[in-house]
Design a protein around this ligand. Structure first.
Ligand SMILES: Cc1cc2nc3c(=O)[nH]c(=O)nc-3n(C[C@H](O)[C@H](O)[C@H](O)COP(=O)(O)OP(=O)(O)OC[C@H]3O[C@@H](n4cnc5c(N)ncnc54)[C@H](O)[C@@H]3O)c2cc1C
Ligand code: FES
Length: 285
């Protein structure tokens, strides 16, 4: 069964435009410009139950609001986790938060990754693209017997820019999880691959015809990886990508995230490659 978040399987959002108060409970530095923050609900409401691949709108009071993927374990929604790279005003303010500080959060929004069972699952991530796929990895590991081959190909610019390094080490020790990593530029201690992520995919040794593939990273990387997966025999309908555009409302009202006939906030961010192949890389859509 392929599970994509829809109005019928996601919790009702009573006030989707009203941020709820959340408190930072912990902060961990991932790289020079990226941190992972954990939040707890600071009102009487329930935690944010979410599907792997969904995002929230995270509001820093007096600065602004941005979409950020949820990267924690969907079985533990009480621990709301976000990994954020500082690229501008709002993300810099998020990365400067300290435990105890408050933010406003709306969501969860958007479609989720497919959690199709009885198949091989290939996950390909680039850079901070590992964050949005991490809930799917948790889900697949928690339900390992429901998948055949399970593999992650992860590429990063350098060893110091790999996210979740202790977790990668733990996953690498698992007998039934095939982790392949590469970096653009190594260092004295790096013993892994050097170069782009596509050559890692055959090393996952999954059966193309039985594969569901999810891809997350810069759009140009997703385009190249999706083409390579399709050329190796994975059907376009079975390749899923997560797209990014600037957002304002997050719920399909304002049109900021329009992507041809779709709104990325509502119809995405996860789309089958078959639906978006012609539109990838066209910024003016
Ligand atoms: C569905 C979704 C999930 C996301 N998940 C994460 C996440 O888990 N972690 C994370 O760090 N970021 C994530 N982003 C990207 C994040 O929302 C942007 O980095 C943020 O909006 C930038 O806001 P800012 O005010 O800090 O910078 P701005 O001043 O708005 O922008 C700074 C620079 O970043 C570029 N930029 C802004 N927004 C985007 C975007 N959406 N995609 C690509 N470039 C952009 C701008 O063109 C500019 O060059 C996600 C975006 C979407 C749409
Ligand atoms: S952000 Fe408003 S329609 Fe998508």
């Amino acid at each position: 069964m392929a599970l994509i978040a829809t109005e019928s399987n996601t919790p009702a959002l009573h006030e989707p435009m009203l941020p709820r108060p959340f408190r930072v409970t912990s902060k961990q530095s991932e790289t020079l410009d990226t941190v992972t923050l954990e939040f707890e609900v600071a009102d009487d409401g329930p935690p944010l139950a979410f599907l792997p691949g969904q995002f929230t709108m995270l509001y820093i009071y007096g600065v602004g609001e941005v979409p950020i993927s949820i990267c924690g374990d969907p079985n533990h929604p009480e621990r709301l986790i976000h990994t954020v790279r500082a690229v501008g005003a709002v993300t810099n303010a998020i990365c400067a938060l300290a435990p105890g500080e408050m933010v406003g959060i709306r969501g969860p929004f958007g479609t989720g990754w497919p959690v199709t069972e009885g198949k091989d699952l290939v996950i390909v991530a680039g850079g901070i693209g590992l964050a949005p796929v991490r809930p799917l990895i948790y889900h697949a590991l928690a339900n390992r017997d429901r998948y055949f081959c399970l593999g992650l190909a992860y590429g990063s610019r350098s060893p110091s820019e790999l996210l979740y390094r202790s977790e990668l080490e733990a996953w690498n020790e698992l007998p039934d999880f095939n982790l392949q990593m590469t970096v653009d530029k190594g260092n004295d201690t790096w013993r892994g691959s050097i170069g782009v992520v596509t050559p890692l995919i055959p090393r996952l040794r999954c059966e193309a015809k039985e594969t569901i593939a999810v891809v997350c990273g810069p759009e140009v990387m997703m385009k190249v990886v999706a083409r390579a997966l399709n050329a190796s025999g994975v059907a376009r309908d079975n390749i899923y990508l997560s797209l990014e555009r600037n957002m304002k409302c997050g719920i399909g009202f304002c049109g900021h995230c329009q992507f041809g006939s779709d709104f990325i906030c509502k119809d995405g961010p996860v789309f089958p490659y078959s639906e978006v192949a012609q539109r990838l890389g066209v910024r003016s859509l």
